[in-house]
Ligand binder design. Sequence first.
Ligand code: S3P
Length: 181
Amino acid sequence: MTVCLSGFMGSGKSFLGRALADALPARRFIDLDAFIEETAGKSIPDIFREEGEARFRALEQDCLEQLLVPAAEGGLILSLGGGTMMAPACAGLVRKHACCIYLKASEDTLVERLLGTDLPGRPLLEGATDAQALRRKVRALLQARSATYEACADAVIQTDGRTADELLAALLSLPCLSAGI
Ligand code: S3P
């Protein structure tokens, strides 16, 4: 069954998705954000800037459908965007066609991780020019989203204070991945 990794920006969805696919050669990895960019022929910041968030969300749903519906029986590992599960239609697709793993991280962990990443590549964090501003944005979004991440997950992996190897081992022990395929 397809495995979807969900969670906030900076929770490690893409990194761990790729690591899982490396550990499980029968599975292939797709990053939903990268697939959207390829489909649209432009970057996510450009889609937001030129066409708006609503258009991005429509593309996100279309791409998710294209990937999940034909791949329901296949060995796909799909890292979602941080907002994908907030759209009821997208959450419904994931619930129907995949096993959903929520990579949970605290506000502190997310701020620390996001500070070292490509912030301009994440339009929802635009304007977070210092750590305090970033923390305010992360806090507000996380408060609005946490319950949905939890409610839509088949499994929750707590990522705070754990190394990549520990997280990979925890993921590989989950029923939807432990069969080794
Ligand atoms: C978003 C998260 C991003 C990307 C877009 C919107 C969100 O993905 O889909 O910028 O709403 O949280 P990542 O979680 O991979 O950064």
